[in-house]
Each structure stands twice: as C-alpha cells, then as structure tokens.
Design a protein around this ligand. Structure first.
Ligand code: C5P
Length: 327
C-alpha cells in the first residue's frame, strides 16, 4: 500500500454547557457533538521526511509543518504503535530538536479542506483524526478503535469525536464520549463568517463575561429535554433546545453574529446557534428545500461570507477507495 485517503466530517455542537476552568487550563464541559456532511479529505503516503500540503478552504492559514495537527497525530500514532524510527523516519527539525526519542512521522500528508479553519467546526481536529486512521492503515499499525481514541484524546478535545462521528455526548474537556440515541436525519445550513475565532480567546471571554456578571459557575449538565427531542427525531422539537454557553462570548468578540442568527430565525430556521467557539452559525431547518431558501436569505442579507447545506448525523473518519476521492 503506498497511499491511504480518509474522509472526515465537521461537527456542530447541539448543546455546549461550560463549567469552571480546571487547573490544566481546560474547562469542564458537557456537549452534544453532531457530525455533519461537510468533509475534509486526508491522504497519507510514505516519504523520507515529514511533509504536509494543504489545499482548499482556508489552506493559507493552516500550518504546513510540525505545528499541523494531522502531522502531530501521525507522530503520536507512531509513538503509540512503537514503530521504530528506522521504519518511520523522523521529521528533520524534530531529530535535531529533541534527543528524547519522540518519533515524528516520515509521512507525506495531503489535506484537502472544505471545513473552514478556526470556525467552530473542529476542522483541525477532523484532520488529526483522519491522519490517525490513515496512518494506522498505511503502516499496518493495528491499533484498535479504543486505542486510536486514546491517542486522539491526547491531541485535542474534539479529535476523539471526529473518529466516531454520529451524535455523542462529550464530557471532561470533550474527549470522553457516550453515543446519543438519535432518530432520523437533520437538515442544517452552516453560515460561514469571514475570518475565524481563537478557541482559547472565546473561552477566556466566557470567563470574563461570567466574572463581570457575578455568575456562579456550576458543573455542566446534559440537557434532558434535548436528549428526549433527539430521540423523537422531530426537528421542530430539537430546534428550540439548541444551546451554546460560549455563544455570548463569541458574540462579544464578533457582534455581527447576533444579526446572522436573527436573520436565520426570521427566515424559518427551527433553531439557530453558534457552533462551538464560532464564528460559524448553524441553522436547523425542516428539509432540504427550506435549507436552500435559507441560504438565499442569508447570503442575500449579506450576513455571512457563504452558506452551505449539510445533513447530520454523518459517519466519522472513514477510509475511502481511490475511486471515491475527489480532486
Ligand atoms: O483541545 P483543543 O486543542 O481543541 O483546545 C484548544 C483550546 O481551547 C485549549 O487550549 C483551551 O484553551 C480551550 N478549551 C477549553 N476547554 C475545553 C476545550 C478547549 O478551555 N473543554
């Protein structure tokens, strides 16, 4: 095998409850992750030295060296699998910088992006998850799903979810997953903003706003109402129960999002929410036709850079055959 391509979905958060900051700097959260049909594709192949190339949506702002999450994932997988440096050559800069035996992957990684960068859609985490699955295959490393999930959790809070996709409740910092019972398929419009938001900045803004309001932060809890609505499969029940406690923080940093959400609601969305740390807004609609109408309304009102129609829940990271690979 000389190359493996994996397709991996974006996520939206149907609920995001934010608890107190932990000593490690992360916040304790409860979130309902929902994978949607907006995909990146990651191809890995053997190479003498580590190399990342990124094309597509937002490619210019994705690091193409060791700072790339997909490259970090490949390195972490090589370490976890105990692959000898001889078989997985080191990235030149790593070999010079660390004598500690960290194995960096000698692998070429090509990322074809459709998921916007720093958009609250976990695009970087998705690419890392795809790299884990692809390298596991390329190197015949033989890690189980559970072992891959453990490696994933060490790379970022959303990486483990991108492996499994579907709809799951995430706890801890988001990496501890429990599948949710969900009926039916949901139609969404994602409204992309110009530029991104930094996740740490949004969490910091959330802490600031809460402190200024004298808000007592209690442990985050799953929404029983939302879970029941998801089991019913009725988007009209789910829509009003979408919620994101990072939304006020995202809006404080990007006030124009308030209007984006308002236009979506005005033009028939059953629910409207900032996804994760934003700035992407997710709108739940009844069906594909309503989704198209809403895209026209949002773009016509000039409240987003662009908008796309997706469905969820979508499958997690999956190896695709060469015939399915798009250019
Ligand atoms: O884990 P990930 O790399 O996605 O997180 C990026 C940053 O977002 C963290 O360094 C932290 O500042 C913030 N974060 C947080 N609480 C979480 C997840 C992320 O504070 N549960």
């Amino acid at each position: 095998m000389t190359a493996v391509t994996v397709r991996v979905p974006a996520k939206v958060n149907l609920q995001l409850a934010v608890g107190p900051a932990r000593p490690d700097g992360y916040h304790e959260i409860v979130t309902v992750f929902h994978a949607v049909s907006l995909y990146d594709e990651v191809t890995v192949s053997h190479s003498d030295r580590g190399r990342v190339t990124v094309t597509g949506e937002g490619a210019d702002s994705v690091p193409d060296g060791d700072g790339n999450l997909a490259m970090q994932a490949a390195s972490a997988l090589a370490r976890a699998a105990g692959l000898p440096p001889r078989r997985i050559p080191r990235v030149a800069s790593d070999a010079a910088a660390d004598g500690a035996g960290a194995v960096a992957a000698g692998v070429a990684i090509e990322i074809r992006k459709r998921i916007p960068v720093a958009a609250g859609l976990a695009g970087g985490s998705a690419d890392a998850a795809a790299a884990l699955v692809a390298c596991n295959e390329l190197w015949r490393a033989g890690l189980s799903h559970a072992e891959l999930a453990e490696v994933a959790a060490g790379i970022g809070s959303d990486v483990a979810f991108a492996l499994v996709g579907g709809t799951s409740v995430g706890q801890g910092r988001g990496e501890r997953l429990t599948p949710a019972l969900v009926a039916g398929q949901y139609h969404w419009v994602l409204a992309f903003a110009s530029g991104g938001l930094s996740t740490p900045e949004v969490y910091k803004a959330c802490d600031r706003i809460r402190a200024a309001r004298g808000f007592t932060v209690s442990p985050p809890r799953p929404s029983a109402g939302l879970m029941a609505a998801l089991r019913s499969g009725d988007p009209a029940e789910v829509g009003p129960l979408l919620g994101n406690e990072l939304q006020p923080a995202a809006i404080s940093l990007r006030p124009e999002l308030r209007r984006t959400l308002a236009v979506g609601r005005e033009y028939g969305a059953l629910g409207a929410v900032v996804s994760g740390s934003g700035p992407t807004c997710a709108f739940l609609v009844t069906d594909a036709k309503r989704a198209v109408d809403l895209i026209v309304a949002l773009t016509g009102a000039g409240v987003c850079r662009s908008a796309v129609r997706v469905v969820g829940p979508a499958q997690g990271a999956v190896v695709v055959s060469p015939s399915e690979i798009s250019g």
